[in-house]
Design a protein. Structure first.
Length: 114
């Protein structure tokens, strides 16, 4: 998927905009804002314990890498799941959902407490 296509989907279809290098919803209603505040307060009330429940994602294009360096990085970052896009495969809804299912299963296996 091209950068331009991603921009169109994010901006025109999902109503998101770039704000301080982050993509955020353009128009939140009052309920959505209140929900976000409520979740943030709940997380803050738990101290640092909520941090163990956060899993972040990154879509990175790697042309070549040093195996030892990649292994060290995965240990340091506690990689739960990774996979490579097969040659010729495009990322569409069905492919993305299949990746999310595999990610969910990896989380169940590697972080059963979640």
């Amino acid at each position: 998927m091209s950068f331009g296509s991603c921009q169109v989907i994010l901006k025109d279809h999902l109503g998101l905009r770039r704000f301080v290098s982050r993509v955020v919803p353009r128009n939140w209603n009052l309920f959505q804002k209140q929900q976000r505040v409520e979740v943030a307060r709940e997380m803050l009330s738990q101290g640092d314990s909520f941090l163990k429940w956060i899993i972040t994602g990154d879509e990175t294009c790697i042309c070549a890498f040093d195996t030892e360096t990649a292994q060290q990085a995965s240990e340091w970052r506690c990689v739960v799941h990774y996979e490579f896009l097969p040659t010729g495969q495009t990322v569409n809804k069905d492919y993305y959902l299949s990746v999310m299912r595999r990610l969910r299963e990896a989380i169940r296996q590697k972080r059963p407490e979640m």
